[in-house]
Each structure stands twice: as structure tokens, then as C-alpha cells.
Write a protein that binds this ligand. Structure first.
Ligand SMILES: [Zn+2]
Length: 315
């Protein structure tokens, strides 16, 4: 049986899997990501690959290695340019792994792999124009346009999280102001909720956080909102507004048939999407806004691993 050895390298864990041509995971494993040094992170990646290669011997033949990175990656070189949460910026990762394991290696941005996974085995099957947004701590994006993955001229494009949607808005981790990411991500939700509870007389959210504003985070805000907490609902309302503006831009620029939402905030889609879609439809040009479907992605955290397998088997 042909296998793809797939890794999804995240800021807190590295997930690994042996995946067959039909996207079935034959073996999966995950380890914490060491982030104290470049050497430690690379050593953990290499150790996980070695363990998976050993495991694969009893299952089938490894055709190649696919790796997803949360950052900008020059493709096809597989050179990691920046990875904000990991010490592996400016690293020729594909070259390192090819030299070490003598196998075909593909290294790409994690959201690019997630959209590939959804396109071939998830909710976007047979779609030729689909945009995937990962709404987590930040906003990642993968663009599958005109029947192929779109990466831009050096492979580092498709960064919808850094389109500027509010001039002179809050400062983004990238150094610019008013990016989509700083207004509509998990970090934005926390910032909004923390600001709102400061002026509140009573707050279910603060009670849930045991009186500590510093403990307020995404899942608590969602819980409080579902209990009818005013500030939590107001935070989601503002987040939905900015998400709607971002969706309208995406609908106008790419005219996709489908926009998929994944990442931690997808779990709060009941609190977010209705208003965001309404705003998108009001703002976007016709028919772009009214024809595009906005849905929660199907594969969840597995999308990146499955996309890495697609990339390995495509070559
Ligand atoms: Zn930015």
C-alpha cells in the first residue's frame, strides 16, 4: 500500500500520520512542539519522521513526506520564510529533510494544505474556486482557484489575514495596522471582550473567568454568549462585523463558489456566521455576495495532514 508520511507542525504540537491514497489515516501520532531553539524543533520533526518510517514498514511503502508549516513558505523550494510562533524562520526545511531521509519532500503553508484536503476529501469536493479561512489565534488562508492551489509568484501569497480592512486600526503581529487578522481572529475576540467587561456592572463572562479578566479566552466568551451575557454577545457582534467585511472582500476579489471556515472559532460559528454572511451580502457586488456559500469546513484539524498527502501523491 502506498503511504504519504504527513506532518502538521503547530505552535504547541506536531501531528504526524501515515495516510493512504484514499485519505485514510493508517497511523497517527502527535508530540509537543519544542520551541526553545531551531535545533530542538528540527530534531523533533526528524524524530517524528523516523518513528513514522519505522511504523510504516509493517503497513506499506512511503512515497514521500508532506509537511505543513504555520507561516510563509517559498514553494516549491520548501523554504520557511517566517513562522511567527516557531523558531524556524529562514530555514531550508525541504532541503534538510530530503538530505536526511532521501525521499521526496513537500513543505507548504498549513492553510494551503488544509484547502487541498477539503478540496479533495472534504467539503469542497469538485469545487474549482474555494477559499478556506482558518480562524484561530490568527487568520490563515488557503486559495484553490481555477482548479489549482494558488500560492502567488514566490509561494508566499494568499495571506488574506493581512489584508488591511481598517486603516489605522489596531496593530497586527505583522507590524501593519488594521489587518483582517487583528480584527476578526481569536485574539481580536479576546481583546474586544476584555475591553467590554471593564465597563460592565455585572458580567457572566467575568464570573466564568472566576473574576480574573486575564483568564478570559475564546471558549469562555462563547460559553458566556450562549448564556446571554451582553458583553460576550457584543464582542461576537463586532467580530462578526469585521468577519463580514473580510468575507465581502474575498467574495469580490475571487468570486469563489465556497468559503470554508475552520480553526478554533469555527466552533462558535453559531455566534458568528449569520451576521457575518448578512454583512457580506449587503456589501459585496452582485452576484458575488449572494451566490457564495459560507460553511464550516468538514475535516477539522485533519485537513492539513490530508492535504499534505494530496501534495505527496499528486507529484
Ligand atoms: Zn497583519
Amino acid at each position: 500500500m502506498d503511504l504519504a508520511l504527513c506532518l502538521d507542525v503547530g505552535g504547541t504540537k506536531i501531528a504526524g500520520a501515515l495516510i493512504d491514497r484514499k485519505s485514510n489515516s493508517r497511523f497517527g501520532i502527535s508530540i509537543p512542539t519544542p520551541i526553545e531553539s531551531t535545533e530542538a524543533t528540527v530534531a523533533a520533526i526528524e524524530k517524528l519522521i523516523k518513528d513514522l518510517l519505522d511504523k510504516a514498514k509493517s503497513i506499506g511503502k512511503v512515497k514521500g513526506i508532506g509537511v505543513g508549516i504555520p507561516g510563509t513558505v517559498r514553494y516549491p523550494e520548501g523554504f520557511v520564510v517566517t513562522a511567527p510562533n516557531l523558531p524556524i524562520s529562514n530555514l531550508p526545511l525541504k532541503q534538510l529533510l530530503e538530505e536526511k531521509f532521501k525521499l521526496l519532500v513537500r513543505v507548504d503553508n498549513d492553510a494551503n494544505l488544509a484547502v487541498l484536503g477539503e478540496r479533495y476529501f472534504g467539503k469542497a469536493r469538485k469545487c474549482n474556486d474555494v477559499v478556506l479561512l482558518t480562524l484561530g489565534t490568527g487568520i490563515g488562508s488557503g486559495l484553490f482557484l481555477g482548479g489549482r492551489l494558488y500560492r502567488g509568484s514566490t509561494g508566499t501569497g494568499a495571506e488574506l489575514g493581512h489584508m488591511i480592512i481598517k486603516a489605522n486600526g489596531p496593530l497586527c503581529s505583522c507590524g501593519a495596522r488594521g489587518c483582517f487578522e487583528v480584527l476578526a481572529s481569536g485574539v481580536a475576540l479576546e481583546r474586544l471582550a476584555k475591553d467590554l467587561v471593564k465597563s460592565a456592572k455585572s458580567s457572566v463572562l467575568v464570573e466564568l473567568a472566576e473574576g480574573k479578566i486575564s483568564k478570559i479566552e475564546g471558549s469562555l466568551i462563547a460559553k458566556a454568549a450562549r448564556l446571554g451575557d451582553k458583553q460576550a454577545l457584543a464582542a461576537f457582534a463586532e467580530l462578526s462585523f469585521w468577519l463580514g467585511i473580510g468575507l465581502a472582500n474575498i467574495a469580490n476579489i475571487f468570486n469563489p463558489e465556497l468559503i470554508l471556515i475552520s480553526g478554533g472559532l469555527a466552533e462558535a460559528s453559531d455566534l458568528l456566521l449569520e451576521k457575518a454572511i448578512k454583512i457580506m451580502t449587503e456589501i459585496a457586488l452582485e452576484p458575488n455576495g449572494s451566490m457564495v456559500k459560507v460553511e464550516v469546513a468538514a475535516l477539522g484539524q485533519k485537513a492539513g495532514l490530508i492535504g499534505a498527502a494530496v501534495l505527496v501523491f499528486q507529484v
